[in-house]
Design a protein around this ligand. Structure first.
Ligand SMILES: Cc1ncc(COP(=O)(O)O)c(C=O)c1O
Length: 400
């Protein structure tokens, strides 16, 4: 970067706050969130943010465009991995070695390519619903068989069912695909839980892929625990999927990282075909590096905005939709809403789209425990949350 750009970036970050783009700018976006539905539908479904990009990311991408820098990534450029490692050290007291990391197109690729090498065809992989819907497809794509061990739900918090996972591994499953922290529940697994999981997995000689894409989005007061820090067993048998794509809204730019600690897992990453890394996007490299290094103020402001929006959502529900329960997680900008008291059936999102013109993700996509639930994205202007609740309440009032 030139000095002028560096200065501009430095100036911008100090003023960084996640502005929500005006609605016309949002409607001009070509991403899925703003093009999947007609203009009269409020799109609060897919996990994209409406916030303006972090200024350092925007400046670095603009500078790259300005120099017509649109070629391939240099997969030997470790600066993006280093930026993540520095972020992990500062935020989570974890210092991954860049030599034991690898690049990939996206987190989905890390999970699928990792699983392919950790299981034999047809072997079971444990997932813990309610969980990110593509997990079923990832396992299928990797040639595995899905083994569902639903999370325990005491009505307030969700937790991993460690006994259930133990039983699934005893019955032959060979890996666990962990969502750490959880999407859609926002569950931030405790160090004790993860350490116990690692002992169970080790006892069975199985493996873990820990999808930590939402880790940078843990809310104030909660502590994220990287799986690779919980025990020697975890370090031996796990790969982490890391990315800036959720934290900095970079999904379209296509960059993620494999992270390992043990020689065994580092070797697995190094033995991947070079093409796995080459398929990452240069703009993803640039943006991820800028986000983890100079986008931290913006990230903190984004998290604060998300938490404020969750409070707005809670207040709106209390005032206008008292039958709907927000299951408040401690990470991500995804609100997990229990509509079951309203009698809208297993998939309330279907009814809500049809009658209230609000697009949510229906709970059943996250597995059987999602029946009666829907997921709502609060990385938007608070006015949109107010409007979504107003529309749903009005539709329900009409239903009588
Ligand atoms: C838990 C989880 N994993 C993976 C992904 C997809 O990530 P990517 O776009 O990097 O493949 C998402 C997207 O929302 C997610 O929530």
């Amino acid at each position: 970067m030139t000095d002028a750009v560096t200065d501009a970036v430095t100036d911008a970050v100090t003023a960084a706050l996640p502005a929500v783009d005006p609605i016309d700018d949002l409607r001009a976006r070509e991403s899925e969130k703003w093009t999947a539905y007609p203009a009269d539908v409020l799109p609060l479904f897919v996990a994209e943010m409406d916030f303006a990009l972090a200024p350092p990311i925007k400046a670095a991408l603009a500078a790259a465009l300005e120099r017509s820098d649109t070629g391939y990534v240099n997969i030997r450029d470790l600066r993006t991995a280093q930026a993540f490692a520095d972020f992990a050290a500062d935020r989570w007291d974890w210092r991954p070695r860049v030599e034991a990391m690898g690049y990939a197109t996206d987190v989905s690729t890390v999970v699928v390519e990792g699983l392919r090498r950790l299981i034999a065809p047809g072997e079971g992989v444990v997932i813990t619903p309610p969980v990110y819907p593509p997990f079923w497809d990832f396992i299928d794509e990797a040639g595995g068989a899905v083994v569902e061990v639903p999370m325990l739900d005491d009505g307030t918090d969700y937790a991993l069912d460690l006994d259930g996972i133990d039983r699934a591994l005893t019955a032959g499953a060979r890996a666990v695909l962990l969502c750490n922290p959880g999407n859609p529940t926002g569950t931030v697994h405790s160090r004790e839980t993860l350490a116990e999981l690692s002992r169970i997995v080790a006892r069975h000689g199985a493996s873990v892929i820990s999808d930590e894409i939402h880790a940078p989005l843990v809310h104030a007061g909660a502590t994220f625990t990287p799986y690779l820090t919980v025990s020697d067993e975890a370090r031996d048998h796990a790969i982490v999927a890391a990315s800036g794509s959720k934290a900095f809204n970079l999904a379209g730019l296509k960059t993620a990282m494999f992270v390992a600690e043990s020689e065994r897992m580092a070797a697995l990453i190094h033995d991947l075909p070079e093409e796995v890394a080459v398929r990452a996007g240069l703009y993803g490299f640039i943006a991820t590096r800028e986000g983890f290094s100079r986008g931290r103020d913006w990230l903190d402001a984004a998290i604060a905005t998300v938490e404020a929006n969750l409070a707005v959502l809670q207040q709106q529900l209390d005032d206008h939709l008292p039958g709907v329960r927000l299951r408040r997680g401690r990470a991500t900008y995804l609100a997990w809403l229990d509509f079951s008291a309203l009698g809208l059936g297993d998939d309330p999102a279907e009814w809500i789209l049809e009658h209230a013109n609000v697009a949510l993700v229906g709970g059943p996509a996250f597995g059987a425990p999602g029946a009666g639930f829907a997921r709502l994205n609060v990385a938007c202007a608070p006015e949109m949350i107010v409007e979504a609740v107003r529309r749903i309440a009005a539709a329900l009032a009409k239903r009588g």
